[in-house]
Design a protein. Structure first.
Length: 96
C-alpha cells in the first residue's frame, strides 16, 4: 500500500493561512494525499495563536508542527495542553 504524505513548510502570517485555506484540500485531492503535516510556528508572523492552529486543522492538516518560535505567542500554551495533534519540538530545554 502506498501512503501519500504532504508536508507544508512554514505557513507565515494571515496571507499564508488564507492561501492554505483556499488551496490545501484541492491539492490533497489532486495528489491523493492521505496525511498532511503543516508547520504552523509562524502563522502569526512569529509564533502561533490557538485560532490559527484551528484554522490550519480546518484547512485540512492532520498534524501541525511547531519550532523555535512556538513560545513567541504564549496564548498557545493552554491549547497545547489539550491538543495532541499539535507537535512541539522535543529538543527544547526543560524550562519550556
Amino acid at each position: 500500500m502506498i501512503l501519500n504524505v504532504l508536508t507544508v513548510g512554514d505557513v507565515v502570517g494571515e496571507q499564508g493561512l488564507d492561501f492554505l485555506t483556499r488551496h490545501l484540500r484541492a491539492l490533497q485531492k489532486l495528489h491523493d494525499i492521505h496525511f498532511t503535516v503543516v508547520n504552523g510556528e509562524n502563522a502569526s508572523g512569529v509564533g502561533i495563536l490557538p485560532r490559527q492552529a484551528r484554522e490550519i486543522f480546518d484547512a485540512g492538516a492532520d498534524v501541525v508542527t511547531l519550532g523555535n518560535h512556538t513560545w513567541n505567542r504564549i496564548q498557545i500554551a493552554d491549547f497545547l495542553e489539550s491538543d495532541r495533534y499539535t507537535l512541539r519540538p522535543a529538543n527544547y530545554t526543560s524550562r519550556v
